[in-house]
Design a protein around this ligand. Structure first.
Ligand code: ZN
Ligand code: ZN
Length: 439
């Protein structure tokens, strides 16, 4: 009896070691197929890059992916939540794992000078003709995602469970994930036990993966404010209520919400990004419009700041003797992306076994937004990993020179193609194999 705890410990240790070895074993033979598949993926990437489509117009993009997934053996449904694609591969009893890519591009005129640069134009929602570019690298996500789906479909003997591939429209507008969930993503199709996605990083070295455990991207709120005064002649201000002076005071008061009211240990940003009012030097207008963006992580911080904005804006208008209360309207953007800590650890351990420990690095959260957050909020542990895109030598040079590299959404954003795509495929394939059941 005395030897039992020691025996149990030995068995547990052996099981742990076996599990680690198994995870590496599970991914390595599947990833061997990547060399043979790469030329096809490279061609797909160039094709997607040259044919970008704006949010909710991703019809050709969705069709291309759907066709390839069907060929790979997936059961494919199109037009989910607009132009979304859902592809399911059932492979016996086991966990359900969802891999998500976004499909849309941005109204940006590409200036990379690459031979496969986009020359596409399209009509945006207001009917204006705009240039279109995959300036956020969603073409990298799609290619990596399709690569992982293909490798996993070819290696069905190495895993058990259900693989759900989700191609989501309109990430850049922030509504695509919500549209897919509303259209029954978690009810018409198998509800996942885990959701995983990658996003390009314009600062990380190609071949590496960066991660954040917990809050990784922010809540994004857009606030429109109309301030009212009483217009008149610029030479007779005493006969008016000047909304321009009111706007100036309001903007300065708003600055104290983040700096003086919120705990300094809770991150948030409040930016007044636009101010419009008036027509001429000597006319005091009736109205000034402000547009704000608010970024935060915790729901309680978001709530506190929204309440403070309302209080400050109304109080400043009252102090100015405004004839009408301001109108404040809130457009809810994307909620904060929370990387489930336990799942993050599991995936980081698995991916570091295939990419090498030195190629994984913990990084800081950012104040950008991503609607991948919606899948987690709908009750599924979720993780988004950053995949590096910067050619290693270029990265070192920029660092030495203190130079800033082109960011995401830049007309110059150009991922180091092969390294980035291979890392994307490896990351998604390894993550899926880690979470799916073993035969
Ligand atoms: Zn973007
Ligand atoms: Zn993006």
């Amino acid at each position: 009896m005395k030897s039992l705890p020691i025996l149990a410990l030995l068995l547990a240790t052996a099981a742990g070691t076996a599990r680690d070895a198994h995870a590496a074993d599970a991914a390595a033979p599947v990833l061997k197929g990547l060399d043979g598949l790469y030329p096809e993926l490279d061609a797909l990437y160039r094709e997607l890059h040259q044919n970008p489509e704006l949010s909710l117009q991703e019809e050709k993009t969705a069709a291309k992916l759907a066709e390839r997934l069907r060929k790979a053996g997936f059961e494919v449904t199109q037009k989910v939540g607009g132009t979304g694609v859902v592809a399911v591969l059932r492979n016996g009893k086991g966990p359900t794992v969802m891999l998500r890519t976004d499909l849309d591009a941005l109204p940006v005129e590409e200036k990379t000078g690459l031979p496969y640069a986009s020359q596409v134009t399209a009509k945006d929602d207001s009917g204006q003709t705009v240039s279109v570019m995959h300036a956020c690298g969603h073409d990298v996500h799609m290619t990596s995602w399709l690569g992982a789906a293909t490798l996993l479909a070819r290696a069905k003997d190495r895993w058990r469970g259900t693989l759900v591939m989700v191609g989501q429209p309109a990430e850049e507008k922030g509504g695509g994930a919500r549209l897919m969930l509303k259209d029954g993503l978690y009810s018409r199709f198998p509800k996942p036990d885990f959701a995983v996605a990658i996003h390009n990083s314009a600062t990380a070295v190609a071949g590496t993966v960066e991660y954040v455990s917990g809050y990784a991207l922010a809540n994004v709120d857009s606030i429109d404010i109309s301030l009212y005064g009483k217009g008149g002649h610029g030479a007779y201000p005493h006969t008016t209520v000047d909304p321009i002076v009111l706007a100036a005071r309001t903007i300065l008061s708003l600055q104290t919400i983040v700096s003086r009211e919120k705990s300094p240990l809770e991150p948030a940003v409040l930016t007044v990004g636009s101010i419009h009012g008036g027509t001429k030097h000597n006319i005091i207008p009736d109205e000034v419009k402000l547009q704000l963006t608010l970024r935060s992580y915790k729901p309680e911080v978001r709530k506190q700041i929204l309440a403070a904005i309302e209080r400050v804006v109304n109080a400043e208008a009252a102090a100015a003797g405004a004839p009408r209360k301001p109108v404040i309207s809130l457009t809810e953007g994307t909620p904060a992306t929370y990387n489930d800590p336990a799942l993050t650890k599991r995936l980081v351990d698995a991916v570091s076994r295939t990419l090498g420990k030195d190629n994984l690095r913990e990084t800081q959260p950012v104040m950008g937004g991503e609607d991948f957050s919606e899948y987690g909020l709908a009750g599924v542990p979720a993780v988004m990993l950053w995949v590096g895109t910067v050619e290693p030598k270029r990265h070192a040079e920029a660092r030495a020179a203190g130079e800033t590299l082109p960011s995401l959404h830049s007309a110059l954003f150009a991922p180091d193609r092969e390294r980035t795509l291979r890392t994307g495929v490896t990351t998604l394939t390894t993550s899926a194999l880690e979470l799916l059941g073993k035969p």
